[in-house]
Design a protein around this ligand. Structure first.
Ligand code: GRF
Length: 197
């Protein structure tokens, strides 16, 4: 059973999906941390009896903030970190320390559409497909090897909101499935590649 820490900044619907899938899964969420006090996801976790922590980032250097995160995660004996709508860039040092144990979900078919304003850019480009990806986190933003990916169609006349909502539905299935693979050691980060066994 792997101990998981989830980092969030907002509503935490992916956190909710990871929590819902826990029953039969090889992981337990032991700590939820947000850089935003009062994030909806913190309330969601606390109501379910999960330990929560707000670590505000304002007025701190990136390294000082990440050191606080790291200390809290280690104190809770976290083995895998899931970023779930965590809107802070982590320092290279933090990412390297947790390499192979740190994953993120991104609402595009990576390596396409890294970064922000994803749905707007997908629609502007006239793509017929978009989707979601769970990937290992590496220092370069949204550039880590993909563990799992799922597609959705982009419909004519889609708004960014409509597309985001369609993708969010599949994120909620994809993230627990990808975390399960990692928790069961069925995927590893080796020499910059996601290696499956
Ligand atoms: C999701 O779309 C995720 O892919 C992106 O941020 C959003 C978080 O949503 N990284 P939620 O907080 O999990 O509801």
């Amino acid at each position: 059973m792997k101990k998981v820490g989830v980092l969030i900044s907002g509503r935490g619907s992916n956190l909710g999906a990871l929590m819902s899938a826990e029953g039969s899964a090889p992981y337990r969420i032991v700590l939820v941390i947000s850089n935003i006090e009062g994030a909806d996801g913190l309330r969601r976790a606390a109501e379910a009896g999960i330990a929560t922590l707000a670590i505000p980032h304002k007025g701190k250097s990136r390294e000082a903030f990440d050191a606080e995160l790291d200390a809290a995660l280690r104190a809770a004996e976290v083995e895998i970190i899931c970023l779930a709508g965590f809107m802070r860039i982590l320092s290279d040092g933090f990412v390297r320390t947790w390499e192979g144990k740190l994953i993120n979900i991104h609402p595009s078919l990576l390596p396409a559409y890294r970064g922000t304003r994803v749905h707007e850019r997908v629609i502007e480009a006239g793509e017929a497909q978009s989707g979601a990806s769970v990937h290992f986190v590496v220092p370069e933003l949204d550039a880590g090897p993909v563990i799992a990916q799922a597609n959705v169609p982009v419909h004519p006349g889609d708004t960014p909101e409509a597309l985001a909502a369609r993708i969010l539905q599949i994120e909620h299935k994809l993230y627990p499935a990808a975390l399960r693979l990692l928790a069961e050691n069925k995927v590893k980060l080796e020499k910059g590649l996601a290696v499956f066994s």
